[in-house]
Ligand binder design. Structure first.
Ligand SMILES: Cc1cc2nc3c(=O)[nH]c(=O)nc-3n(C[C@H](O)[C@H](O)[C@H](O)COP(=O)(O)OP(=O)(O)OC[C@H]3O[C@@H](n4cnc5c(N)ncnc54)[C@H](O)[C@@H]3O)c2cc1C
Length: 568
């Protein structure tokens, strides 16, 4: 394991500056629909609008870790707290490693770990029950592994989201904590929460360090020639690859944390006694939990097993297999990456080594897979550079003037997988039945909602978040806006998927449809893609499958018309 010498410390600025970055109000609730009548200018500043990032290449002991110390104040090290959020892993966890190395010199200080259960915050962010279930299962694994290091995992349940920072401070006081460490979450509400914590900590002489860990290339590290955030993927990717190739230590993993001495067991026995619940009210699984739990077992070893198997057996053919719906051609690592059970860096490093130390070129399947992780980074950079996307607004602001259909019946049928378009219904039923959906199916169902039903993409985005085990704000928002032609580097509005030809192309034998739409399981591969057209009416009626709710050709014309004439 390589010892990491690279680090970053971040000072979050005031709430007001966060709000100023888009001249709008942060709602605290991404899900609430905001009518965007006011013109809002996306940030074009050279630096990230609400993050001031400093980097250091000095070895760890020489790093100034504390924001208070940055102010010239010295804080005597007492105990440390690692606050886990969407980074539920021990390995390659920058904040955890920093926290543990910070204490290393002294044996009289201890490291505690914290996880906050925050139901109100989760509700307002449409967190799916499948995701909460996945978190709890992973927390149980994490707790076991931390216990082996004598690090207790403290669980706090905080009903109101606004009380989270105060409860962290309260815990610090109780446990004599002087230094708090956490990895940054880039979404606006999360940044506001952390900013509050920072302000409260300052008043209580507690040092808080937020560290970059979600991306291999931190937001703000690569910018266009004009010093702006990239808004087009291909130049972003080229710049990303060049940057990582010339700073290859960005792929170095941090060492494992050092544990506490046994003395903590006598001094703070109660901190080892927290139980992780199986579930909490409001987040009960409504699909077969055994299917989700069997498909996505918890734990870091499982994530690494998947990565290892994928790289050993499948990655080489990823470029050709990834779009075939019935072929398990992708890694299915997304729940693990989204909850931080494995880091993007660990994934790319493994692929890079398998590709004989190449990020691009080399094996075409490997290079393509790395590009997908770069999409994930692209959407995070967009989130930071254009935080208005966190506030229910389209990246291209004039796109909020599109007139959407308010058809609850159509929306309900889309959600249930009863549109009469087999490939769309298969995708939605996969989501409802397993908490996950194939990438190509996500594109098809999203495009169908927006461009065949003309329903606001934000309704689909919310539905996805409410059901996906891998729900991830940046990826989900980016994916939806790509399909809706409202996003950065999105599909042009006139590119509209034909669901039937997508079905023929990406599920040629109809096996994916047969798996998820049992009414059609006996149809031939010729009839299955559009049974309403291909079967005699009497035969079709016997299937018990709905007729198509709209005519694709008619809706295509209507959609082109509405998008073409959207007011600027
Ligand atoms: C409408 C829509 C909504 C989406 N919502 C989410 C979401 O909530 N969470 C999520 O993780 N991904 C989302 N994606 C991206 C993509 O569909 C999933 O990441 C992918 O299907 C996960 O399967 P995998 O792990 O087998 O991916 P692989 O193909 O093996 O890719 C490896 C990893 O790269 C990342 N990745 C892959 N494709 C993309 C992409 N297009 N954009 C950004 N990152 C990508 C993911 O972290 C993924 O796990 C969405 C895409 C669309 C079109």
């Amino acid at each position: 394991m390589l010892k990491r010498t690279r680090s970053a410390s971040t000072n979050l600025v005031d709430d007001d500056m966060l709000l100023d970055s888009t001249n709008d109000h942060v709602t605290g609730d991404r899900s609430k629909k905001q009518k965007n009548k006011d013109a809002i200018t996306p940030s074009t500043s050279k630096v990230i609008p609400y993050l001031s990032v400093t980097r250091s290449t000095k070895p760890l002991p020489e790093l100034k870790l504390s924001s208070l110390e940055d102010d010239g104040k010295e804080i005597k090290v007492r105990n440390c707290l690692m606050w886990f959020r969407t980074d539920l892993r021990i390995k390659d966890n920058i904040a955890l490693y920093q926290a543990s190395s910070f204490l290393n010199t002294s044996t009289d200080n201890y490291l505690f770990a914290l996880y906050v259960i925050s139901p109100e915050e989760w509700k307002s962010h449409d967190v799916a029950p499948a995701r909460v279930d996945f978190w709890f299962r992973n927390l149980k694994e994490l707790k076991k592994r931390l216990s082996e290091l004598n690090i207790p995992l403290i669980i706090q349940t905080v009903d109101l989201a606004r009380n989270v920072p105060a409860s962290v401070i309260e815990l610090c006081e109780k446990l004599n904590v002087s230094h708090v460490f956490a990895n940054i979450e880039y979404e606006v509400d999360e940044m506001r929460r952390d900013n509050r914590l920072l302000n409260m900590a300052r008043k209580n002489s507690i040092s808080v360090q937020f560290l970059h860990s979600q991306c291999i290339v931190e937001p703000g590290m690569i910018l266009t020639k004009e010093g702006k955030t990239y808004t087009i993927y291909t130049p972003f990717k080229n710049s990303w690859i060049k940057f990582v190739e010339s700073n290859i230590s960005l792929l170095d993993l941090v060492s494992d944390p050092v544990g506490n001495s046994d003395k903590i067991l006598e001094l703070y026995p109660e901190t080892f006694e927290f139980n992780i619940p199986d579930s909490i009210p409001g987040f009960d699984l409504d699909v077969s939990s055994t299917c989700i739990q069997t498909n996505f077992p918890a734990g870091e070893p499982e994530a690494h097993r998947r990565l290892g198997q994928f790289v050993a057996n499948k990655i080489g053919r990823y470029n050709e297999a990834r779009d075939v719906l019935s072929r398990n051609g992708s890694s299915s690592l997304s729940p693990y990456i989204a909850s931080g059970i494995i880091s993007a860096r660990q994934c790319v490093l493994k692929a890079y080594l398998a590709n004989r130390k190449k990020l691009s070129r080399g094996n075409i399947g490997i290079a393509k897979w790395i590009e997908e992780i770069v999409w994930r980074e692209f959407y995070r950079h967009i989130l930071v550079g254009f935080p208005h996307v966190c506030k229910n607004q389209p990246f291209k602001l004039h796109m909020s003037n599109i007139r959407w259909n308010e058809n609850e019946e159509y929306f309900r049928r889309w959600c249930q997988g009863k549109t009469g378009y087999p490939i769309v219904d298969a995708g939605m039923r996969q989501l409802n039945g397993s908490g996950w959906m194939h990438n190509r199916a996500r594109m098809i169902v999203a495009m169908f909602l927006v461009k065949d039903l003309l329903i606001d993409w934000r309704k689909g985005e919310k539905y996805f978040m409410n059901h996906l085990i891998d729900g991830d704000f940046a990826n989900n928002n980016g994916g939806w806006q790509w399909c809706a032609s409202t996003g950065s580097d999105a599909q042009p509005y006139f590119r509209i998927f034909n669901p039937t030809s997508q079905s023929q192309k990406c599920d040629p034998n109809g096996d994916y449809i047969r798996k998820w739409v049992p009414e059609l399981k006996n149809l031939s591969s010729l009839d299955i893609h559009d049974p309403f057209k291909s079967l005699p009416r009497s035969e079709f009626k016997k299937l018990g499958y709905p007729e198509p709710i709209v005519d694709h050709a008619v809706m295509r014309v209507e959609t082109l018309n509405r998008f073409r004439h959207v007011k600027r």
